[in-house]
Design a protein around this ligand. Sequence first.
Ligand code: SF4
Length: 364
Amino acid sequence: MDLTSIPLRKMILKEKYGEKLPEKSIMKASSDHHAKRRPRPCGLTIHPAIGCVNQCIYCYIQDMGYNFNNITPYGLSGAEMVYALLSNPYFMPTINGTYIAIGSVTEPFHERVKGKTMEYIKAFEELGNPVQFSTKEYIDEELAKKIAQIKIPISPLITIVTLKSKNVLEPKAPDIELRIKTIRNLRAEGLKPMVFIRPIIPGITDNEAEEIIDEAKRAGAVGIVAGSLRLTRSIMERMSKLGLDVKFIREAVEGEGAWKAKRRIMEIAEERGLKAFPSSCCANAYVSGTTCINLCKNAIREVPKANVEDVRNLVKNIVGKRVRDVIFNDNSIRILMEEKLTRREKDILKYDLRVILRRIISIV
Ligand code: SF4
């Protein structure tokens, strides 16, 4: 695909959705936070629901103001969500565009919201972006088939951080056997599920890592993503109430041990012949066959071909301003602007060009 045409594709799609959506939907979608947020390192996170009822002890959503007692489907329809994304200046469509990540602050396949999640993923088909979801829910054969029929790269992450202490750590989340069956069902449909070993809880996950990986491999997982634990005051309080050794966990998370544990878990997976990634975006890159938007060495393939004229056209199409000079280095591009950019324009341009060109961008 001609990379310079990506911003134009975005404009054409936005116009198309603008014509088919009623004015009220356009207003709702353009003022939604999905239309404004800067993507996180793993891509743009999409929230198909508000809140989560699984009450995992290590979960940070309460600290972000989300509810632990209720889960409600998000208020935008699939088409409205697409319009919101196309209104977001940091979002670029197509397989070479922004990675989409679903499930960071909710359980996307909870019974009450899985319809909304599927509506969104189906709607993203026209955008073409690589989509990733993380879940602890049971995805049955029928749902796995529906997911596999959607014609965009989809990277499923199935969270398992313990086999033995699930009832303590994730009291209301689905049983591990169901998650293992989810991996099996997704694999049977030709998808590439990975086990999401995040967070690594010191003294629990690291001790059970071999068993988790073996179970996941038997079910058909193609790899693992290992991730660390984010400790907040409320998470520590919850852990303490359950009798976990918070002092030990805190020291392990804050010291060098956290990285060592992650490294070791990745080594175990590799020894078993599985792919092992330190972040979820690497799995999204692997499944979609694209160079990681974070340019990390774990997944980098090759930077797309581009020349000075391509960069000039992209800058013009993204911020409508002229370029004086473009200097290519190995994996980076330095752009000297003819016209001055505002701070926000610079931020948007840097991010968008980084996504489209998969290089480090500097603008002066
Ligand atoms: S399933 Fe995910 S979002 Fe829900 S409580 Fe557990 S960690 Fe938090």
